[in-house]
Structures are given as C-alpha cells and as structure tokens.
Design a binder for this molecule. Structure first.
Ligand SMILES: [Zn+2]
Length: 957
C-alpha cells in the first residue's frame, strides 16, 4: 500500500474543496484552538500529540454537526530564535550538529540562519508542511505570525487595554534573570523549559562586633527561639560592605546580593572556622547567642549563615544533638555546648519539643540525613496552620503563626534589623545561552499584576465554570491562580511588539500569546486583503472584539467599509468564545493560566473560554526524547516512512490524556496491520447486498450499536485511547467472530452486514485516521468526503438481546468444549450437549433477581426460593442452587442484567444454530443437542442432570 500517495491525494482534495474553511452559518459553532508553535525547530514526534488530539477533536465535532473552526498561527516572539541565530553566527558546534544530523539541513540553508527571521520562516514552513501531511484540518486562511504588523497593533491594543484597567504596573519586583543576556527569563528562555521559581526569605541581621551575621529564614516568627548561630567551618566567607553595613556571608551569597540591588564591596575573606566561638546579638530581644559549627550549612543556600531554632527547626535540633555528642569538635573550637531549645510556638498534635517530635516521625540518623527535609516541611506546614505564639514572644503572644510570620517580619524590618532576599527553589536553572540564572530585583520594569486580588477572583470564577479535561488537573489551576504574582511582561531584546508607551521594551512571549485566539477572526480579513493595518486604531479592536461604539464611526476612523467592520464583528460574535483550548501539561503554570487571566480582564463573561484540555507528553520506547539520546524523530520523516494515520493513532492510543504516551514503532506496525484489515474489508463489501438476518448478523448489528454508544461517550470526555480501542480492537474482535460463524455455516451472503459494519467503523475512525477513512469511504462507493458525513447514531431497534445472549452462550460453550478436549486429551467424534430442565430456568431467574438485589447469602436465597411455589423445587437440589449462584456471581454484570431482561431464551435454538461452528472448531465432531427433559435423549453417562441454565452439560465420545 502506497500510503504517501493516498495522503497526497486527499490533502489535495481537501484543499480544492475548501473543506476546512469555517465561516459563520446557521449551524452551531465550535471553536477549537491549540497552542501555536515556536518555529525554532521542525516538529518532531513529541510535538505531534497535542496537535493530533486537537485535530481529532475538531474532526469529531464536525461530524457531530458543528461548524468547527480550527485555525493555526506561528509564534515568532521572544529571544529563543534570536539566541539561536547568534549561536549559528558564532559557529556553535552542538547546534550545527543538530541541524545536520537530526534535521538534515544543508549548509546553504543554515548559512541564512544568521538572520533570526530566516530561521523562523524556514521552520514555520517546515512545521506547516508537516501539519498538512499529518492531515490536520486547519483553516489556513487565518494563519499569521506574531511579528505581523496587524498582530502588533492587536497586541498594542491588548496592552493599552490592560494598562487602562490598572493591571500593568511599573515597579521593583524579583524576576528570574540571565546575568549574561541582562534579561528576565521565563520558561521559554530556559534549557529544559523550566519556569524559574523562587522563595522570599527574611534576612535577620545578628550583630557581632562591628559586623553583621545575616541569617536568611522562611520563619521569622521563630526568632524568639534562637539559641545560637550556625556557620560551616569548611566554607569560605567574605566580609562585604553592603550599603553602610559590614556583612559576613558566604562568597556565593555575596554574588546573589548584587542582583538584589545592594551596593556591594568585598572587604576580605574569612574562613568559616574563624567565626566559630564568636557571639552574636539577636535583634528581637538583644539576647547573646554563640556561633557554633555545623556541616549541614550550605554556602549556596541563603547567606551561608543560619540562625538556630532547635525547638522548631529539625535541622537545628539534629545539629545541636550531633554537636553535644561530639566532644572532639567542641575541643577543637574551644566551645562547650550546654544550651536548651526554647519553645515559642504551641500547636495541637505535636507533644514535647516539636522539632524532636517531627524527627522521630520520619526517623533521622544525623544532620546530613535527607529525611530532615520532610521533617522540616511537615513541621513548617503544621505550625503554620495550627500554631499559636506562646507567652515568651512579647507583643506577639497568642497570635496565630500564619499572622505572626508577617507581623514579626514587619516589626524587625522597621527597626532596620531585617532585609529581604530571594532564592531560586528549583536551581540550577540555565538560560538557553548557557548562563546560570539568578533572581534579580528589577526596578522600573513593567509587570502584569497577576497578584491583583480582584483579578484573581475573576480568574477563579472563570476556571470554576470551565470544563477542564481531565478533571484531575483543576486543582492545579486553582493553585497557580493563587500563587501567581507580578510578572515581568517586557524584555530589552527579542522579536515581538514594542511596549506601546515605552519603546525600549519588547512585549515578551508569554504575554503576547494569551488572547490571540480572537485574532484568528481578524487574520482572515488581513490575509484576504479586505483590511490593512494602515490607519487601524484601538477603536477598531474595541468595536470588533468588545462591541464598543458603532460600526460606522469605526469604519470612518479606520477607513474601512462599514460592511466589512460589521461582518467582522458578526464573525467574532459567532465564533467567540473559545470552546476548547488544547495544550501540553507543562503550560498549566504559565500559558494556560495567563490565558484565563487575560480573557477575564479583557472580555465579558459571554466570551470567557469554555474548556481547557491538557495532555501529557510523549516518550519514545519508554524514554524521554532528547538530543543526547538520539531518539528525536522529525515528524515529516516519520510520516514519509510510516504514514500519517499510523503515527496519529500510535500517538493517541498508548495513553489516556494526562499520562505520558509511549510512542514506539512496534505500535506503529501493529496499527498498520489493523488499518490494512479495514482496507481488506472494503474489498469484501464492494458488491452491494441486503443485510443478513441470521443470529450472527443481528448480533453484529447489536454490538455495533453498543460500540457507537461507548465510543461517543468516550469521545465526549476526550478519552481517545478508549475510543480508538473500541474502534480498532473491540470491533475487530467482533468482526472476527462474525467471520468465523459465517464461514462455518458456509454463508456467501455476508457483504450486506459487512458493509453496514464498515460504514460505522470507518466513520468512527475518520477523526483519528482521516486518510484511511477517506480512501476506504471512496472505495466502498461514496462520492463525497467522509468529513461531510455525520458521526454514527445509535439505532435502538437494532439492539438485540437474544442475539447477544446467543453468541455469548456459544462463545463460552466453545471455550468450555475446547477446554475439555485439552484436559481429557480425547479426540471426540460425537458431542452431546444437554440443556437444563424448565424448572431450573425458573429457579435461575429467581436467584438472578435476588442476587441483583444484592443478597448473596445462600441461606437467604434458599429461603426466598422455597417460599415461592414456582421455585420451591429448589429444595430438592440445594447443590444445584449453590452452583447456579456461583455461575451468576462469576458472570459479568452486563450479562446478568441482560439475562434478567430476557423473559424467554431458547438455548437449544442458539446452540443448534452454531452447531456448524462447534463442529468445525472441534475435530469435525457430530454435534447433537438435547433437553435434559427429552425422554429420547442419548445420555449414556447421565450427564444431562448436571445441566444448568446458560451452562449446558456435555458428553463426548
Ligand atoms: Zn542567557
């Protein structure tokens, strides 16, 4: 099979017939979007999952009768492309190697990459070709890039609108920072796409002689419990002039302080052991505390100096215990340790010394035991939520810890004895340029004020009304909305739109990509040359996107025909809001949450997004894809070799939505053989025939209805793995059974039933494997694209309980017979099958009802049976009753319910119908079927009396 030529044929057809163009009409609309790509590399297999899922979703909704808009743009904004072009210019060997070996680019192409826009447009084109080859049903009339002139006007409008609402502020705020590029960094700028995450520490200044020993803490409220200071004797410290004070900090800490806007001058180096034995003064109560040695103190963490609160900090408690037991160290530094922890917080649930209690909970061996981390965080959150300040904390006594934390901090700050510092939690974070990132306190920077309470409230409201798929991820959104604070929204370099009121700044990539879904409406008119960016003012966007002011005024101001303005407004009102936004899970803490924030800030509730769909990433043969593992496969190359449909299916079938999907070429090959089966079927039913009415025909039709119901329900929750499984695997099994049954009967008239089956299967396959579906659809005689067909609807009339039960019975009977042959090793020439007597069926029905009523106790069941004259026969054979109960309990619930609904079922008829199959499967044996009650039955071993309903007895010879 030449998959590529089939693909090319349909790509051309779809394009010629404009099948993906969506314009307003009378149907209900559905607007699906997916995060637009960054064109700084071609797409590889790992990128494809999100887009393929969105495409399958779009195609499914089209078949459900919606007017679906699925557009695509390209995100040029930011520094990555700029950085890449600099690396090309510098002849970066690693990058050039990637271009040559993985992307197979020629030197001619690479040499143009010294110009950033050339990189973007080259990969833009590559990605677009790949998307077409994957069969994505995109309305390409709406394509744009984020450096287009009209897009810049749109982003300028977005920013002026946010600023008018007071949501953009200028000020000093901490940001992740690349010291080499002198630029803020966020997820898009870092290696491995990590968002720099940092904590705010309070730095308490302990005076010691003419210097200050600053200790960084997350728990200023424990200051009353400080018994000593910790310094690592093995670390090099420096005395630095910090503004007008002399601080002693680790060398590493001195560097961090620079970025926090302190004026810094290093005076001299001091060995850690020189500080040990000194005294320091606690600023909160002027008590004098000694400086002791501790190996857990890290030079990179905080200031390299730790205030010790052994009652409430497990590390401090453990270090103090270690030191008390270490006479040698005490001697070495000439110290004697006889201090007791000071408890300053009380809370329910922790008895005695809280730190000691927390340590016992996890079991710790010494101050360098990693389990101290857990003890620390356990105690921290316990005391934060449940703790109360004790009487020895002066004016803070009685206050809840959650409140005291900030009160104590403010109090000490006011006295000048405290400061603030920031520290990366997830360090090291590396910029794409290779430099290690730091936290910088940036002044006069422009920030989006995601800390604004009212804004957060609206974002929560939007998220709570929104459908989030899968539901498990909802909490994560709530968390991020709460956690976000001011965020730098502009950079000094990079591609993008200038900040409208301050041309030195360029709006960064996670800020110009939050409401662009609205721009897809406008892009169609720009690309169609119906409007140009000349003369477009904010009034235009205010009107088209927000409905402000009247169309003729706007038309006049921007020199556009009124009809065009009105048409655009109408089109926006038709397609907005976004019905579904697809993205990878890594974008939850940034893009997807910003998307919510910015929509609620700019648009009215009627235009807030309706759904977010989040999917996991893709592994290759169980491993993460990475350049170093050499397992990055460009998408276009994979399509050429394996075909688009198989790749689409392999991406979607291996995992439910939030899990990581494991892509493998074994799966691809397995899927290809399934698709070939579908093609083969098309051959079988090319000659039209009427649909058969035998038991197996009715059964297959009934199974098909169930598959339609189940697959539709799966798709409505985007449980695509389940849906594909139904379509390709479960239905395939049913089909094989049908083929076996009809072959045993020697039937030739199956094409009608098969055609009906294929019609449904192919339509359900169409969202996932569009090329196969189109081709097969055409081969079975259809003139119009399968995309214009509707998703199969259930025909309740075709649900046939008798046929379902018959085939179920036969299937199980066949398995039983095969098992007997295997166990007894006989080669039967004759098989007698006995169907149970009428009274047993009556008793069976009664037991079934009792069990479905959730009563499974034998005595109880027996009592009820005997009480009813119709089933009182049961008392003659209690063993039989027990066996029937066991039968029922081991039968799937679906079958139990079906049997309850079947008032009459003729087992003899069902088995006789399948005698040909049973015979052909078992040694061509003669099959005879009797009722247990038949006086003329052939029953030499008296097997018939053990027959039970749906469990015939068997004799073989
Ligand atoms: Zn950098």
């Amino acid at each position: 099979m030449d998959w590529n030529s089939i693909e090319n044929k349909w790509i051309k057809r779809w394009q010629e017939e404009n099948l993906f163009h969506a314009d307003p009409d009378d149907r209900k609309k559905y607007f699906v979007t997916v995060a637009y790509p960054y064109p700084n590399s071609p797409q590889h297999i790992g990128h494809g999952r999100t887009y393929t899922l969105a495409d399958a979703h779009a195609r499914y909704m089209r078949m459900k009768g919606y007017n679906v808009l699925f557009p695509m743009g390209f995100h040029y904004t930011g520094t990555p492309i700029l950085g890449m072009s600099r690396r090309v210019a510098a002849g970066d060997a690693e990058l050039l190697d990637t271009f040559h070996k993985i992307y197979k680019l020629s030197d001619d192409v690479i040499s143009t990459f010294v110009e950033p826009v050339k990189i973007a447009s080259y990969f833009h084109n590559e990605i677009k070709m790949g998307m077409k080859e994957m069969g994505y049903s995109i309305d390409w009339r709406r394509e744009f890039t984020t450096v287009d002139r009209m897009y810049s006007r749109f982003i300028s409008w977005q920013f002026r609108t946010l600023r008018k609402k007071g949501l953009i502020v200028q000020g000093s705020h901490p940001v992740g920072w690349c010291p080499r590029d002198q630029n803020p960094v966020s997820q898009h700028d870092t290696m491995g796409d990590v968002e720099p995450d940092f904590n705010e520490y309070t730095v308490i200044k302990f005076r010691s002689g003419d210097s200050i020993l600053p200790a960084a803490t997350l728990r200023p409220e424990t200051l009353f419990g400080v018994t000593n200071m910790w310094v690592n004797p093995a670390v090099d410290y420096v005395q630095v002039q910090v503004d007008s004070e002399k601080w002693i900090v680790s060398k590493e800490a001195a560097r961090k302080l620079e970025f926090l806007n302190h004026k810094l001058e290093i005076l001299k180096t001091i060995k850690g052991k020189e500080i040990i034995g000194c005294d320091a003064t606690n600023p909160i109560n002027n008590s004098t505390v000694p400086v002791y040695p501790a190996s857990f103190v890290e030079a990179e963490s905080g200031t390299g100096i730790v205030m010790s609160v052994p009652a409430h900090a497990p590390y401090d408690y453990q270090a103090l215990e270690d030191l008390k037991n270490d006479k040698k160290t005490q001697q070495e530094f000439g110290i004697s340790v006889n201090i007791d922890p000071i408890i300053v917080i009380e809370s329910d649930g922790y008895s005695g010394l809280p730190a000691s209690y927390a340590i016992k909970q996890v079991g710790v061996s010494g101050q360098n035991d990693s389990k101290l981390e857990k003890a620390t965080s356990d105690l921290y959150s316990h005391e934060f939520y449940k703790g109360k300040m004790m009487n020895n904390t002066g004016r803070f006594a009685g206050m809840a810890v959650a409140a005291a934390k900030n009160e104590v901090k403010q109090y000490v700050m006011k006295s000048g004895a405290a400061d603030t510092m920031y520290e990366l939690v997830n360090k090291p974070v590396r910029c794409r340029c290779g430099a290690e990132c730091v936290v910088k306190l940036l002044s006069d920077q422009w920030f989006l004020d995601y800390g604004n309470k009212e804004w957060k409230r609206l974002a929560h409201e939007c998220a709570s009304k929104m459908d989030i798929v899968p539901q498990d991820i909802r909490q994560e959104f709530d968390y991020v909305i709460d956690w976000l604070r001011e965020r730098a929204c502009a950079r000094k370099s990079g591609l993008g739109t200038k900040l409208p009121w301050d041309q030195e700044w360029t709006i960064e990539s996670l800020s110009d990509s939050v409401i662009y879904m609205a721009y897809y409406i406008i892009a169609k008119y720009v690309n169609g040359k119906m409007i140009s960016d000349e003369g477009i003012t904010d009034a235009f966007f205010d009107h088209v996107l927000l409905g402000i002011d009247n169309s003729s005024k706007v038309a006049n101001e921007c020199k556009i025909p009124v009809s065009t303005v009105e048409q655009m407004r109408k089109e926006f009102s038709y397609f907005y809001p976004v019905d579904s936004r697809h993205s990878g899970r890594d974008l939850v803490p940034n893009h997807l949450t910003f998307f919510i924030f910015n929509h609620v800030a700019i648009f009215g509730r009627e235009n807030w997004p309706q759904q977010i769909v989040v999917n996991g990433s893709v592994l290759m043969d169980g491993k993460k894809m990475s350049k170093s593992l050499g397992n990055i496969i460009p998408l276009r190359a994979a399509i050429k070799e394996h075909g688009a449909d198989t790749i689409r299916l392999a991406m979607l079938v291996s995992a439910e939505i939030l899990q990581d999907a494991d892509f493998s070429f074994d799966t691809v090959r397995g899927i290809r053989s399934k698709l070939l089966n579908v093609f083969e079927m098309a051959e079988k039913c090319s000659r039209p025939q009427t649909v058969g009415s035998e038991l197996e025909d009715r059964w297959l039709a009934s199974r098909l209805q169930r598959a339609i119901a189940e697959t539709g329900a799966s798709m409505d929750r985007l449980r695509v793995r389940e849906a594909i499984h139904n379509i390709l695997y479960s239905l395939e099994q049913d089909l094989q059974w049908y083929l076996k049954r009809t072959a045993a009967k020697g039937r030739e008239n199956t094409a009608g039933t098969l055609a009906e089956f294929l019609d449904v299967q192919v339509r359900m396959l169409a969202p996932f494997a569009p090329f196969t579906a189109e081709e097969v659809w055409e081969r079975i005689g259809h003139k119009y694209s399968i995309m214009q067909q509707s998703w199969p609807a259930i025909n309740e009339d075709k649900i046939d309980l008798v046929a379902e039960e018959s085939e179920f019975l036969i299937f199980r009977l066949l398995a039983d017979l095969q098992n007997i042959v295997k166990v007894t090793k006989i080669t039967p020439s004759k098989i007698a099958i006995y169907i149970s007597a009428g009274w047993k069926a009556q008793v069976y029905g009664a037991i079934l009802a009792i069990i479905l009523d959730e009563k499974t106790n034998f005595g109880e069941v027996m009592k009820q049976l005997i009480a009813n004259p119709e089933t009182s026969m049961a008392k003659t054979d209690p063993k039989m009753v027990q066996k029937m109960m066991d039968d029922i309990l081991s039968t799937p619930l679906e079958a139990r319910n079906r049997r309850l609904r079947l008032s009459e079922f003729n087992e003899i008829q069902a088995i006789q119908d399948a005698a040909s199959l049973l015979s052909s499967e078992i040694n061509k044996a003669q099959i005879v079927v009797y009722s247990e009650e038949d006086p003329s039955k052939y029953d030499p071993k008296s097997k018939s009396k053990s027959a039970r309903p749906f469990k015939p007895a068997v004799y073989m010879e």
